[in-house]
Design a protein around this ligand. Structure first.
Ligand code: ADP
Ligand code: UDP
Length: 237
């Protein structure tokens, strides 16, 4: 496999074409952004930590029968993935109230949500990723009813796998965002699962161990990501 030109530079990752038309390379950079790209910083080791973290989680999900784009690690900061036609709708599941849910509905942070909630957001920084629903997604052609139904089912399946994984390691999976894409007629989990796109709290102390440390200026961001990874059994350099 040969890495070719860069196709897209995102806020945290870059996407490269390869000599295989069906595969891309994802490069995990140290860039970190919050508030739709308004605040940006470089966090040493973040690319490596998220690349390894994501590879570990994607392999767990694949083993549980969830189709993912992940094919393998290529270097400390690069992964080989299946090329997907990305669906611009983000799926969010919440097990505990936090973040935009609290701001939007005025609920207190830290409430158990039973059953876990499922929300859709349009991936659009200029519009600040507005919340949308199935009807809007279908009417505007972002995804079909069948695709949305598969995305919802898969997002809940991911919750079952990951909730127990984090629980067994003394952590609470508060919420997370997933992105899916099309590979032929299949819906496949794409993008990444890392502490950048989920909330993880220590079960006993409720210490925040995810990107909220960056958003809220709590410090020790990558140290917390690495601690989450180590508790799950991930080896970092
Ligand atoms: P953003 O676009 O939000 O700034 P990133 O910096 O993470 O995000 O950039 C990675 C981009 O690559 C995202 O737009 C994501 O949707 C896209 N992507 C992730 N996985 C794949 C894939 N397998 N095929 C095609 N695009 C992908
Ligand atoms: N999230 C994300 N990317 C986004 C929006 C949300 O990774 O563009 C993740 C976020 O890290 C959290 C979950 O999705 O784990 C729910 O985010 P929320 O709606 O609470 O928004 P936020 O408070 O992060 O703005």
């Amino acid at each position: 496999m040969e890495k070719r030109e860069e196709l897209y530079t995102g806020k945290a990752k870059s996407v490269y074409r390869t000599d295989d038309p069906d595969r891309f390379v994802l490069l995990f950079r140290d860039d970190t952004s919050a508030f739709d790209g308004e605040r940006k910083e470089q966090l040493n080791r973040k690319g490596m930590v998220n690349n390894r973290f994501n590879g570990f989680i994607m392999e767990k999900l694949e083993a549980a029968g969830i189709p993912t784009h992940f094919e393998g690690l290529l270097s400390p900061v690069e992964s080989l993935v299946k090329k997907l036609d990305m669906i611009p709708v983000e799926c969010v599941i919440r097990n505990v109230s936090a973040g935009s849910l609290c701001r939007r509905l005025g609920v207190e942070e830290g409430q158990n949500l039973t059953p876990p909630t499922f929300e859709l957001f349009l991936k659009n920084d200029a519009l600040h990723d507005p919340m949308v629903n199935e009807s809007l997604a279908i009417t505007f052609g972002w995804a079909s009813a069948d695709e949305l139904s598969q995305m919802k089912t898969l997002t809940y399946q991911v919750n079952e796998v990951l909730k127990s994984l984090f629980d067994a390691a003394g952590m609470l999976l508060v919420d997370y965002k997933l992105e899916f894409g099309r590979s032929g007629d299949k819906i496949v989990l794409g993008d990444e699962f890392s502490p950048d796109g989920c909330r993880i709290w220590d079960k006993a102390t409720r210490k925040k161990m995810d990107k909220d440390r960056f958003r809220q200026g709590l410090g020790n961001v990558i140290e917390a990501y690495e601690e989450v990874g180590r508790r799950l059994g991930i080896q970092f350099d």
